[in-house]
Design a protein around this ligand. Structure first.
Ligand code: TXA
Ligand code: MG
Length: 348
């Protein structure tokens, strides 16, 4: 299959734009289009058509036990996919939708079982990206859209990333430039007592707690099969480049020492060491030694900037000859929690 590379400028986006209409036609015919969202690019198909859902799983090589998020473009679409919209979910929607918060709600009969991998709860998200919303509106149906990467790999924040993983496997990619946030949406089960934070993401734990009070951070029990987890996609290695990711505990001095030591070791085998390097952390003495490939990650402490750059950094460093990527671990606060989660899973 030839994958079309369609382009749209943000300021031109509207549901009747020719590129949006073309994507809507593809989706209405049961096809797949990778679309930008404010978090990462998503691989979108009609959430209510089992055939489109099957194609999503096949294109990504995603196991059938890993359920898909359903994307809507208006609050009125909730009732299409869920039987209830309880008060705490409504309050969160009021505060954070449209935006990077995904909530688990009781699934309606219209949602095929493939979407939820047979579960009773469906993950619902109302994205903030104007192009994503216009495609949903033009297609006239909720869209199932996992991140548009091969299963287990680094999520795509540009159309080029999508094509790297899925060229020839999907009908089209709609290119609106790099995504803004760079990490995926927060996944929350608001019906659980206390509400369960399944995946930290674009809306922070602190933001959620200001609206509904304390939430619990779900920790997947070790050695359980994915089906036994509250959210199956939390299992195993994820967000991972081909090179091995190695977490460096500590800050600047620890990264300097690790980079120096690893570079010497790797040089003997003819391999390079990649470094996700915060601004100003690597000095001349380390760089002069050679053997390193550096990605300027951004300013340490500016978690928004680091989130924006994380996945493109991992993809940039994942070059032939780079066998290990070193990364320092942000603290478990605000967006840092999502960054830690992605890095720790990539390093598994
Ligand atoms: O920001 C995002 O959420 C992006 C963009 C494209 O919207 N989407 C995304 O989808 O990250 P995906 O499929 O890559 O990750 C969704 C996560 C998976 O870990 C999956 O297991 C979990 O959400 N999930 C989806 N439906 C679920 C359900 N019904 N119950 C529990 N977990 C669910
Ligand atoms: Mg994903």
């Amino acid at each position: 299959m030839k994958t079309l590379h369609l382009r749209i400028r943000l300021e031109e986006a509207e549901p009747t734009h020719p590129a949006i209409l073309q994507c809507a036609e593809i989706i209405k015919a049961g096809g797949l289009v990778a679309i930008p969202t404010e978090t990462v690019y998503g691989l979108a198909g009609d959430a209510l058509r089992p055939l489109a859902l099957e194609r999503i799983f096949a294109a990504k090589e995603r196991p059938a036990w890993d359920p898909l998020i359903v994307h809507i473009a208006a609050l009125s679409m909730v009732s299409q996919v869920a039987t209830e919209f309880p008060p705490q979910a409504r309050d969160l929607a009021k505060a954070f939708w449209p935006g990077p918060l995904t909530m688990l709600l009781k699934k309606s009969g219209a949602v095929p079982r493939e979407v939820t991998a047979g579960r009773d709860l469906v993950a619902v998200r109302f994205p903030a990206h104007v192009v994503a919303r216009d495609v949903i509106t033009a297609a006239g149906t909720p869209l199932a859209a996992p991140s548009a990467n091969r299963f287990g790999r680094t999520s795509p924040t540009t159309a080029e990333h999508v094509l790297h993983d899925l060229d020839g496997r999907i009908d089209a990619v709609l290119d609106a430039g790099p995504t803004n946030l760079g990490v995926e949406s927060t996944v929350l089960d608001p019906l659980h007592t206390p509400p369960l934070l399944l995946r930290p993401g674009g809306i922070t734990r602190e933001q959620i707690e200001t609206v509904i009070g304390a939430v619990e951070l779900y920790v997947a029990p070790p050695d359980q099969p994915p089906k036994a987890l509250a959210s199956p996609g939390l299992a195993g290695r994820h967000y991972a480049p081909e090179a091995r990711v190695e977490i460096v505990e500590g800050e600047r001095d620890a990264l300097l020492a690790a980079a120096r030591q690893r570079a010497e070791k790797q040089a003997q085998s003819g391999n390079y060491v990649g470094v996700l390097a915060p601004e100003g952390w690597l000095d001349e003495s380390v760089l002069a030694g050679g053997g390193l490939v550096i990605f300027d990650w951004g300013k340490w402490g500016d978690w928004t900037q680091l989130a924006h750059n994380l996945f493109s950094g991992l993809r940039y460093l994942d070059k032939p000859g780079v066998s290990v990527i070193l990364a320092p671990l942000p603290p478990a606060e605000s967006l840092g929690l999502a960054l830690r989660d992605r890095l720790l899973k990539a390093a598994k």
